[in-house]
Ligand binder design. Sequence first.
Ligand SMILES: [Zn+2]
Length: 301
Amino acid sequence: MLFVDGVGLGERDPATNPFVRAGTPALRRLLGGPLAGREAVRTDLATLVPLDARLGVPGLPQSATGQTALLSGENAAALLGRHLTAYPTPSLQRLLAVRGLFVRLGAAGVQAALANAYTDGYFAAVARRRLRHGAITLNAMQAGVRLRDLADLRAGRAVYHDLTNAGLRRQGLEIALVSPEDAGRRLAAIARAETFTVFEFFQTDLAAHGRAGEPIEVIERYDRMLGAALDALDLGETLVVMTSDHGNLEDGRTTAHTLNPVPALLVGAGRDVLASRLGAITDVVPACLDLWSAPAPVPSA
Ligand SMILES: [Zn+2]
């Protein structure tokens, strides 16, 4: 599962939508066009389902409720009565502890990984309350999923959230730059070794808020990673799900979140079975979990 923060399905208009302007050969190969438009798309390679992120609650969808809704399959915004930005509150934390993806994968006996690399500086910032855990990090910790560190990153067993390690080098850490393609191949290698792997990319949302990089560059960097990851996976037995919590980057006319649907972009094994279950961001995790609740095949004699 590729969680890409703040990516909705916008207009097919290069003037407003950086996904239409950006060079995205991987996404275009999958979809026969850019990641844009609000209709479902099915090609030989991929299925795109627009997902509702508004969840019947007025206002602009936000990350804390959107990510909690995505991970838990529960309408977190309706529970709180509003869309909540940034980090899960105690009540959302409790919901994640019981219903969150990683917790339920653990209960189902499914080996799960969060492929992102975390630094000592990150944990120090959390300890000093300068940062708080986002929903995905928090839920992995709640489930006892090991958070990968710089040793994993140096050994190619993790991917930094910016894909290339450039941000780590700006922090003064001695670590080699990797290309987005290398990041994609490393992510694919992690996914091949695990049953369920999550990677979180949030520079899309930051770029849309004007807080990190140029939208076009961020999209193109992500696309290079995606193309290499897909090339390195056996899509006959692996399902790739790319999805988001709310729109933002797809509308360059505003730096705020949008009301647009978000993509469920499905590539590989079982994509049509999954696609038939999807209508809102709350549908993704329950549908994924059901992939493991089917009766085990009877071994042949
Ligand atoms: Zn945002």
